[in-house]
Design a protein around this ligand. Sequence first.
Ligand SMILES: Cc1ncc(COP(=O)(O)O)c(C=O)c1O
Length: 340
Amino acid sequence: MANFGSDNTSGVHPTIVESIVAASAGAAPAYGADDLTRSVESKLSALFECDVTVLLVGTGTAANCIGLATLCPSVGGIFTHAEAHIVNDESTAPELYTGGARQFTVGGDDAKPDLEELEQKIEVSGARGVHSVKPSVISISNLTELGARFSPDETAAYSELAKSRGMKLFMDGARFANAVAGSSDSPADLTWRAGVDALSFGATKNGAMAAEALVFFNPDEAMLAEFHRKRGGHLWSKHRYLAAQFDAYLEDDLWLDLARMSNVNMARLRDGILSSHNASILAGGDGNELFITFKEGVAESLLQRGHMFYAWPSLPNAYRLVTSFTTTAMEIDEFIDDLK
Ligand SMILES: Cc1ncc(COP(=O)(O)O)c(C=O)c1O
């Protein structure tokens, strides 16, 4: 039966397991002073075509919150879409890490923050000087929480707004690999060249065991992040095991190959759904997430047969289907047969 519950249900890619095993031979300096960590830093600088500062952590929540805490003061405001992971799925970690910064949400199709609404909210929230919240960060997710990809131009529009108000632009890239794999633009074009200040670059959903890279495009800002990581308990002593995962992930574009597989699986699933009369597509499909609605009773019957996917409460009668690099064509075809 098909498992479209989440890309977090996928396993660890064998190359990454092998890299962890290889890193176990002998001793290595702790807390990121090891050679593998240096290798990850230089690979990420090459990938992004600029000198980046990198902090490796074990969860996406940690990467997002350390990044936000670095860019946003405790008296600041973070402006994002109402569907954002940092709003709905990270408990009060953003508030904890930032020391109390407030999140403001706006609407927008495909979970892309509506620019006009964003501008208005920023105006209003900062209008009362010291009595109000200091607008500090705009945060977008690429892919978005509704499975859409941002083009460099779209991202640049958020950056222009942010820069015009002295704010920073943060990108939650838990599925950045899927966004890159579905685009003809380079990682640099999708981030710093479009004005992104910091990115959480995910690996866990796409083949790693637990590894995310918080990438700063301005090294001056990153020093503070080091303190936030330590303070938040996310500086691993045996850091080389985080680095071993990322090193293998970046080697020979494994990250991109896995994301491409995941996106190809989604394309097959989407085509199957389009050919059926029992479901229709509501959103997503740019990467590895799709949001659909079923004819009455169909979802229940598929779930009873053992297929796995979740309801998505923010859209009417919606369900989210997610593919990964471990999804098989057979799983997809069985699901589509049963759907039909
Ligand atoms: C958009 C987005 N950001 C971040 C994360 C990372 O979350 P976690 O802390 O569970 O690794 C996820 C995982 O579901 C996500 O979907």
